[in-house]
Design a protein around this ligand. Structure first.
Ligand SMILES: *Cc1c(COP(=O)(O)O)cnc(C)c1O
Length: 250
């Protein structure tokens, strides 16, 4: 055991022990919630959102069996993905995305959870066209349509209006190199999450009626993963309950 990377992630490392304990606690919560929803045999995919935390933590998580990680800023994610290329991780982009960043994001991301407007669909499709020309065997990009669950249109958590989801879905489905995965949402701040996730389940059902393959539901964060699972989440995006509070950034 002379590989320093292995030693870093070794059992004697206190940060690894801390992450292992928190990961185990979250996996237990997921198991309990899935069993309560009658889905014990079909656990949702756990995406560990690692934004603001260092690449070494992601390496520790990979050694603990984490396969999927999420990031919300392209520059940070691109750097980490490059450093961690040997870990075989699946990268999910979960943040608001400017069209000019599409080209960079598709280099490392397998999925984008924040597709919320036609211009972004077109930018991702164009970026994937170039990416697939350059990389033989590149899989299509999984696209989740981010849905706004706020009643107030001026709210700031992003996402398309529920009424715009089908048009966006048709545009994604028609684009070479993009795969329509399903819907994504962030529960509104300062309100119980259940009504929001119930609404998302309704949006998902309407989408699936038109696009039967697009059944994924990306919902559920540290505070509300149980409610998300109760309303059918297939992908959870968990940050702080596994990594601890995010370091402050300037
Ligand atoms: C940060 C973030 C998460 C994780 O949130 P936690 O509350 O830390 O679990 C999930 N989804 C998105 C879109 C995020 O930006």
């Amino acid at each position: 055991m002379t590989d320093p990377a292995l030693n870093d992630a070794g059992a004697g490392d206190p940060r690894t022990a801390e992450l292992a304990g928190r990961l185990e606690a979250v996996r237990r919560r997921i198991g309990v919630a899935a069993a309560a929803a009658g889905r014990a045999g079909r656990l949702p995919t756990l995406i560990v959102v690692t934004k603001f935390h260092p690449a070494e933590d992601i390496r520790r998580l990979a050694a603990l069996g984490v396969t999927d990680v999420g990031e919300n800023r392209d520059q940070e994610a691109a750097g980490k993905a490059e450093i961690l290329a040997d870990c075989g991780l699946t990268w999910h982009f979960v943040g608001q995305l400017q069209t000019k960043k599409a080209k960079s994001v598709v280099r490392y991301a397998s999925a984008v959870h924040s597709v919320d407007r036609p211009q972004l669909v077109d930018a991702l499709a164009k970026a994937m066209q170039n990416e697939r020309a350059a990389t033989a065997g590149r899989a299509p990009l999984d696209c989740f349509i981010q849905v706004s669950l706020e009643d107030d249109a001026g709210a700031h958590r992003g996402g398309a209006a529920p009424g715009d989801v089908l048009l966006l879905a048709d545009r994604i489905a028609a684009a070479d190199g993009l795969r329509l995965a399903g819907v994504m949402a962030v529960a509104p701040l300062g309100a119980p999450p259940e009504p929001a996730f119930e609404k998302l389940a309704g949006v998902s059902a309407r989408l699936v009626a038109h696009h039967p393959g697009a059944s994924a539901i990306s919902a559920g964060m540290s505070q509300d993963l149980e409610a998300a699972i109760a309303f059918g989440a297939t992908h959870l995006r968990i940050g702080s309950d596994i990594l601890g509070s995010r370091p402050a950034v300037g």
